[in-house]
Design a protein around this ligand. Structure first.
Ligand code: C2E
Ligand code: MG
Ligand code: MG
Ligand code: MG
Length: 278
């Protein structure tokens, strides 16, 4: 009896895996089509100063109106693009779009000189020798100052012994970009290793923020540790996913410098956010 059940479960598992693989492959074909036919657009999510609540930065988030990708969202289609080798085109398209925006709004940017656009770049590029060269070409083509761009790399992608990613980050830093570690707290970076990277900013992952106010204090403990460490290393801090006033107050009291989340604003088109920073 037990044996028979086991066998059936195994078959069921096989079928599920097969189906998941098939769906990912199908999604990869949609991403391919979207890349080739330019079916992406960008939204901008305000990042506000904790004390003044004025917009300091804006994070660019990719979207698509192409139904299969609209349904999946970037959390699903970006990993597929990474797996199928299509991510470089996407990352460079996003970066080029941002360079264009900065070029077209040079006056605004230089008047409001602290403002930055934050761009998510896949950790795949940390192992892509072409990437920095392509970025240099973009800077040349648009003749913009990279200090208006912050590059976000997810923390989970960093391995301290990996010289190549360290070199790519160093080159980006030397070109003049700011660098932020995204989803911070979810990876394994020992605090002491942070000095090895040219990092300016830590983005505290939304999963910890959403735990504020829970009976278990785990989220708060992680947040406090990150904030006090950031302070001693003189790193900027941004908390992600602020939805309630309780979360806002907690992070404010503990010295988090900047925040983003639905409490302040949802992501919006450039023309809308432009009104706020003019
Ligand atoms: P991320 O870089 O950590 O971006 C933050 C995500 O949290 C965004 O989801 C944003 O919409 C969401 N978020 C921010 N505040 C709140 C809040 O208060 N409540 C809730 N429920 N959500 C909030 P999104 O746009 O779906 O992006 C998911 C992930 O996809 C991003 O996580 C990033 O890793 C990746 N991604 C997005 N755009 C790009 C892109 O242009 N290039 C690359 N390489 N990756 C991207
Ligand atoms: Mg991000
Ligand atoms: Mg994040
Ligand atoms: Mg993320």
């Amino acid at each position: 009896q037990a044996k028979k059940l086991g066998k059936n479960q195994y078959k069921y598992y096989d079928k599920e895996v097969e189906e998941a693989v098939y769906l990912r492959k199908k999604l990869a074909e949609h991403v391919h089509k979207a890349v080739n036919e330019g079916m992406f657009n960008l939204l901008f999510m305000p990042i506000v100063d904790t004390n003044t609540r004025t917009i300091e930065r804006a994070e660019v988030l990719i979207r698509s109106d192409y139904p299969p990708l609209k349904k999946a969202g970037p959390a699903e289609f970006i990993p597929v693009a990474e797996e199928y080798g299509i991510i470089e085109k996407i990352d460079l398209w996003v970066l080029e779009s941002v360079c264009k925006i900065i070029q077209e709004n040079t006056k605004t940017f230089s008047r409001y000189s602290e403002f930055k656009i934050c761009v998510n770049i896949s950790s795949v590029e940390l192992h892509n020798k072409q990437f920095v060269e392509q970025v240099k070409l973009l800077l040349k083509k648009y003749a913009i100052n990279p200090r208006f761009i912050e590059i976000e790399i997810t923390e989970t992608s960093l391995v301290s012994t990996d010289q190549m990613s360290c070199d790519v980050l160093t080159e980006l830093n030397e070109l003049g970009f700011s660098l932020a570690l995204d989803d911070f707290g979810t990876g394994y970076t020992a605090f002491s290793q942070l000095v090895n990277y040219p990092i300016h900013c830590l983005k505290i992952d939304r999963s910890f923020v959403s735990e504020i106010g829970n009976k278990t204090k785990d989220g708060a403990i992680v947040i406090n540790a990150i904030l006090s460490m950031a302070k001693s290393y003189k790193l900027e801090t941004i908390a992600e996913g602020i939805e309630t006033d309780e979360q806002y107050q907690y992070l404010k009291q503990h010295g988090c410098m900047m925040m983003q989340g639905y409490l302040f604003s949802k992501p919006m088109p450039w023309d809308d956010i432009h009104q706020f920073i003019l």
